[in-house]
Design a protein around this ligand. Sequence first.
Ligand code: BT5
Length: 248
Amino acid sequence: MSRLLGRKTIRFDTVASTNEILKGLTIDGIEAGTVVTSNIQTHGRGRLDRKWESPEGGLWMSVLLETDTTFESSKFGLLPLMAGASVATAIIMEYDLDAGVKWPNDVLIGGRKVSGILCELIERGGMRCAVVGIGVNVNNPVKEGYEFSGLSTSVVEEFGKPVGLEDLENAVLEELDFRNRLLSQGEYDKILDDWRELTVTLGKRVAVNTPGGLVNGTANDVDDNGSLILDCDGRTEKISVGDCQHLE
Ligand code: BT5
């Protein structure tokens, strides 16, 4: 089956943010599956408008997924999970590194952040489009812990030598294409089960910074929409948005 994602790829040397470029192209009517990459981002963004460091040598790309009217916006929470699982699987398959996913949008190797995901929804002609932004530290240097986050790492640091950026890009798109098909077939359970196989969050004591305040508990599972289910000393809490810190 031929791959939908990346049939059209638009490459830049330097942009502010690949998500911003792809959002503009989406409104202009570009086809689903289009990928935008850039060697450098001057204003790479994380969630809540946080800065995402994007020097040369990393994989900075955005992918346009188009969902039909059956896609409920409550399923938006599945997008970062499936994108993170795609990156982790690609890293495992390509370099045999022990990558895992942290709820909701990080990929870690040995507890250090190697990748972050930023998903944004756009309405276009009655269809819901998702711009999935993927940042992976590949051959670029990383700082010892950025503001607001734990430790970070890169593929080159873990693998011991530089790797081909386009090989990783292809592997990630292959994996994301597979999960995007599951999404369009409504196979949400398969997306969640795959994420559960790869996660390093479940079973851990965590502190989650939510819009409503800090919640401490044990991460037990994710629900059908990708929300984190916490056991807080016998009381169950479901969290759809937040920053999760592993406490063990
Ligand atoms: C993320 O946000 O992790 C989402 C990052 C998405 C980046 C991609 S690159 C392509 C596309 N275009 C964009 O403009 N964005 C997407 P969040 O969970 O909020 O984490 C942000 C935090 O990660 C920052 O506040 C820093 O603490 C930390 N950070 C910044 N740059 C980093 C890097 N290169 N590696 C690891 N951590 C970083």
